[in-house]
Design a protein around this ligand. Sequence first.
Ligand SMILES: Nc1nc2c(ncn2[C@@H]2O[C@H](COP(=O)(O)OP(=O)(O)OP(=O)(O)O)[C@@H](O)[C@H]2O)c(=O)[nH]1
Ligand SMILES: [Mg+2]
Ligand SMILES: [Zn+2]
Length: 302
Amino acid sequence: MSGRARVVTRFGAELILRTESGELLRAVSRRNLVKHGPAHLRVSVCGDYVSYETDDGDNKAVATTLEPRQNVLVRPDHRGRPHAGAANIDQVLIVIAPRPSPDWGIIDRYLTAIAALSATPLLVINKSDLSESPAEGLIADTEALYSGLGYRVLRTSVKNGDGIETLREHLHGRTSLLVGQSGVGKSSLTRALDPGLEIRIGELSAISGEGRHTTTVAHLYALSSGGDLIDSPGVRDFAPYEPTADDLATSFPEIAECAHDCRFHDCRHRAEPGCAVKAAAETGRIPPSRLRSFLELEGNSA
Ligand SMILES: Nc1nc2c(ncn2[C@@H]2O[C@H](COP(=O)(O)OP(=O)(O)OP(=O)(O)O)[C@@H](O)[C@H]2O)c(=O)[nH]1
Ligand SMILES: [Mg+2]
Ligand SMILES: [Zn+2]
């Protein structure tokens, strides 16, 4: 048997594939799946499309070729080397919650990575049932800041069902990736979106000893309402790998626009005279947190 399949997950050398008829297959990857290009892009990842073959009798399939990708999320690993996460992503859902409390730096770095993917960002504020929490002020500020910048923001609650139907509509007919800090509710949302999914939210985190359920590898789910959704492991921090000037201009539209008024066309908005961006940050017209994120990313750009 042979055909085309999508990579559901990868752990070590093993893959789980979903065939075009929806069947799940265990598989291994052919050595040299891709012969050229950087090493981190030569392995198949969650969301990839591959061709596979099986021989009768042996039930383990072999992924034989990797199809060209629409895009692939790349981030630095703990040694700063590029690591591919998930591929063929149309939309990225940045999930935040009152607990653990949101970090604007992480949100901004995700927005730049999403610009690099040419994917659509959606900010999901989960655990809206915790509206009495001490973090509510910060949540309201986050919502105001990012919706004010033109990003789409949605509130959800897995506990009382708030916003779940609207979220489901946003996922229809495309591939979406859930990202965000650990414990914000990415796996809970996945389960709430499709109660029929046989998913395991995670293994008990023996290491943290907190009894939290945590996701360890990215996993793609076909939602019965339509669309593919990738649940990914939570992060402590996130950075895009070598973002370009274009990625920064797309993800910081307010800074890109203001930069037209800087005295020097190649102004880097640090200490140059006549810098309109710095002036706008001082009056609060550009949120200081956004300029901080921008300068930090620009320092690490390609
Ligand atoms: N009150 C409330 N709790 C929620 C909600 N959604 C998730 N939780 C709880 O938050 C905790 C973490 O949820 P998970 O879904 O495991 O979070 P995650 O983002 O997948 O975490 P990682 O896999 O570690 O990245 C669990 O105890 C959930 O029950 C919500 O809408 N309201
Ligand atoms: Mg999870
Ligand atoms: Zn400037």
